[in-house]
Design a protein around this ligand. Structure first.
Ligand code: FAD
Length: 445
């Protein structure tokens, strides 16, 4: 599999991975064809995931700028077509209490408002007619150890007090009787407003809206070289160059090695793995008391997440391999299946029908950053740390405002560059160490 720390290109026109989403979602919508000649444009956006498509959509709708989105493979070939489809009011991994400590309450609230606006923006776009199989609302955060419930309850109280956020506390019994009989769960908190959807259909819906607003989307057009010539950015694709006044880098965890100085050594691509089981029978659902279609995540350092899909399969995810070379080793899918079985022993004989993985994009400070060069000619948004389905759309909207030279909220999300990783060539060694630390922490603490 393509490995962004080692490879200089994600490929050209590669098919979607063998995911559940690619299998069930039907035919991709039309795009504008690969770049086939030299073109001169105002704004080029590299990457047709949620970030790039949202930026193109908002540039066209709100600022009258018709951008060209240049995608190496297919629309949403990266994370946007491979994720678990959890819409959550959050991004990054930094806790609100850490934010308050570092920047004060006002900034913390500002960041919360942006995360909330992300969910509103997604809901607003869906309501324009995107068919993406939304499921019933609710996000359950499960304590994987008895002592973790106390931390969750404290978090719920803080969020209620700070943001008036509606958070329900569920005892182990409440959870097992009303939602699902997860044997690894010791209680939970439940937010009313998260939900699951089909992430690939969501991205395809954004593409239709962006093109209807006047943006162009060119698939099978990897940018292989980039030079600056006068006040133009010149992007080389296999069959033509794209010369642009301004360029947006929307390649997130799929950014190739050494792609641009602005982002080099500032992210760590990490594999997240998903399996989707065969459909559960009525008996199996009853044996697990699997009543809910809410999205579920646990409190481990190395988190597991799951949801029941509309056709009664279970989508189950967690960390994947460390390198692209070992990404497709069935060991990682089997490992997830065995954890799923410890949660639901009644599924001892269940098999998985689909397994795939994708590169999430970690930032050193656990926060996404939307930033630009001094000349205001190259912009980027990345570092969602595995939680970007809703916020990437808000980030795309803010990117569009930056490109159009408008003010954006004065928050670390928007006014600070991604910090550089120290000893960047050793990022994978650090990741390996973190996985081992996480394993010990999750087992013993
Ligand atoms: C397994 C998994 C599960 C996840 N689950 C969730 C979840 O449930 N909820 C949640 O909030 N987040 C989740 N995420 C994270 C979320 O999917 C991402 O944060 C989000 O999709 C990022 O979107 P993006 O548009 O920034 O990047 P991407 O969707 O990754 O798009 C980047 C695009 O750039 C293209 N590209 C790269 N290099 C070039 C080049 N040189 N030329 C042209 N194009 C290029 C790639 O082909 C790719 O299509 C998950 C991620 C993974 C991998």
């Amino acid at each position: 599999m393509y490995d962004p720390l080692h490879d200089v290109s994600p490929g050209c026109g590669q098919p979607y991975p063998d995911s559940y989403w690619a299998d069930i979602s039907g035919t991709p919508p039309e795009h504008d064809g690969a770049v086939s000649q030299d073109i001169d444009v105002d704004v080029a956006i590299i990457g047709a995931g949620y970030t790039g498509l949202s930026c193109a959509l908002h540039l066209a709708r709100n600022h009258g700028i018709k951008a060209h989105v240049i995608e190496a493979n297919q629309t949403a070939w990266g994370c946007s077509g491979r994720n678990a489809g959890f819409i959550l009011k959050s991004s990054g991994r930094k806790s609100y209490s850490q934010m308050a400590k570092q920047w004060g309450e006002e900034v913390m609230r500002g960041i919360y408002d942006e995360m909330a606006a992300g969910v509103e923006t997604v809901n607003g776009l869906i309501s324009e007619g995107i068919d993406c199989d939304q499921q019933s609302a609710g996000y359950i955060k499960v304590a994987h150890k008895p002592n973790k419930l106390k931390e969750l309850v404290e978090l719920a109280k803080l969020q209620q007090k700070m943001f008036g956020y509606d958070v329900e506390i569920l005892s182990q019994n409440d959870l097992r009787q009303q939602y699902m009989d997860d044997r690894n769960a010791y209680g939970a908190i439940r937010y009313q407003d998260g939900f699951g959807l089909n992430p690939l259909k969501l991205a395809w819906g954004y593409q239709k809206l962006a093109r209807a607003a006047g943006a162009k989307v060119h698939c099978a057009s990897p940018v292989s070289h980039w030079k600056t010539s006068g006040n133009k950015q010149v992007l080389q694709t296999p069959n033509g160059t794209v010369s642009a006044q301004k360029v947006v880098i929307a390649t997130n965890g799929y950014t190739p090695k050494g792609f641009h100085d602005l982002t080099t050594n500032r992210t760590l691509p990490v594999l997240s793995q998903i399996i989707v089981t065969e459909p559960l029978s009525e008996e199996q659902l009853a044996a697990c008391n699997f009543l809910t279609s809410n999205v579920v995540m646990d409190t481990r350092a190395l988190k597991y997440y799951y949801r029941k899909l509309p056709d009664n399969r279970i989508l189950f995810g967690g960390r994947g391999a460390i390198t692209g070379k070992s990404a497709d080793d069935p060991y990682y899918a089997q490992r997830l299946l065995s954890v799923l079985k410890t949660s639901f022993p009644a599924l001892a004989n269940i098999k998985y029908s689909y397994a795939w993985s994708g590169w999430i994009c970690m930032a050193l400070d656990d926060l996404p950053h939307i930033y630009q060069n001094d000349e205001q000619s190259v912009f980027y948004s990345m570092g969602y740390c595995g939680s970007g389905v809703s916020f990437s759309v808000q980030a795309g909207k803010r990117l569009a405002e930056k490109v159009a030279e408008q003010q954006v909220p004065n928050l670390p999300l928007y006014n600070k560059a991604l910090p550089k990783f120290p000893f960047a060539p050793l990022r994978r060694v650090g990741q390996w160490g973190y996985f081992h630390y996480g394993k010990v922490k999750d087992s013993w603490f």
